[in-house]
Ligand binder design. Sequence first.
Ligand code: ADP
Ligand code: MG
Length: 331
Amino acid sequence: MKLAELGEFGFIERLRRLVAEHESLRQGIGDDCAVFVPPPGQLLLTTTDMLIEQIHFRRDWADFRRLGRKSVAVNVSDIAAMGGTPRTLYLGLAIPADITVEDLDLFAAGFLESAASYGAVLAGGDTCRSPGPLIVSVTAEGTVAEAELIRRKGARTGDTLYVSGTLGDSALALRLLQSGKEPDPFLARRHHDPEARTGLGRALAAAGAATAMIDLSDGLLGDVQHILDASGVGARVNIDDLPLSPSFHGALRQDPALLELTWGGGEDYELLLTVPPERESLLPAIARTHGVPLTRIGTITPPDDGLTLRDSRGLLRATSLRGFNHFDGRP
Ligand code: ADP
Ligand code: MG
């Protein structure tokens, strides 16, 4: 069915009927504003991320259901990175004329099932026609107790750098798609349907385990650098310690140059955190409870050291975001 047959308000009403009541929402879809009641004493976290066709996704690679799921995950991942609990989501859609109601139903199904899996509710949004690409703009709100808030600043010399999950899977899937190859189901899921580490982020925050945290969207080194800039420290990252999935290992055996995707590739949506030595003993139990490995990948050093990488040959190479471009394509 053409969206024109349903109309903007028909679409919104269709969406509204699919959304369940939520304890923290006094008013959801259907008034001029949503009315959100944060739990007493908690801080409100707000974040926005856009997904633009041809920039962030291609319709011939991503089905609408997974696009809906991903647009939720990339937003709640930012809430997870601050130690928060996701609560509400706002969905801005700019829709080109060739998108059908069936496409949007699939998108909404993916969006709503993903939102529910993180305990968040769709509380509002805006719906417009797009003369160009499909644009999905999501805003997420979450809450966190002030004492449990984890920011990018706070890392101290002597802390250990940890990362959750595995690195480079999403970037490898994208690399394969770009060269006309089909990623295996694991890699495809890591790229098209990433899982935000909300449970893990909450547990780390509740335990007071991290001095700084960020979610990995821009590539490991870029995001390490964000923590270093905010905290005024340096870091040494051991490339040999970066956690890799079996699928990634398999690809690496064919082409060792792919290793660069583990530190330079984006969209991992894993958590990167700094942990003081006396807190490290908390991590194994948290990792086990949430079924996500937490791997030690380096140490926080004095600011003058900058960001350095140790590779398999034992070299210590000074790098920066700009510097690391020099590595591109090198094994
Ligand atoms: P207004 O013109 O007052 O901004 P709208 O007609 O845009 O109101 O929206 C009516 C209601 O529908 C509001 O509650 C708004 O948040 C909600 N809404 C509109 N588009 C979406 C969407 N894509 N997803 C969720 N809610 C939406
Ligand atoms: Mg509006």
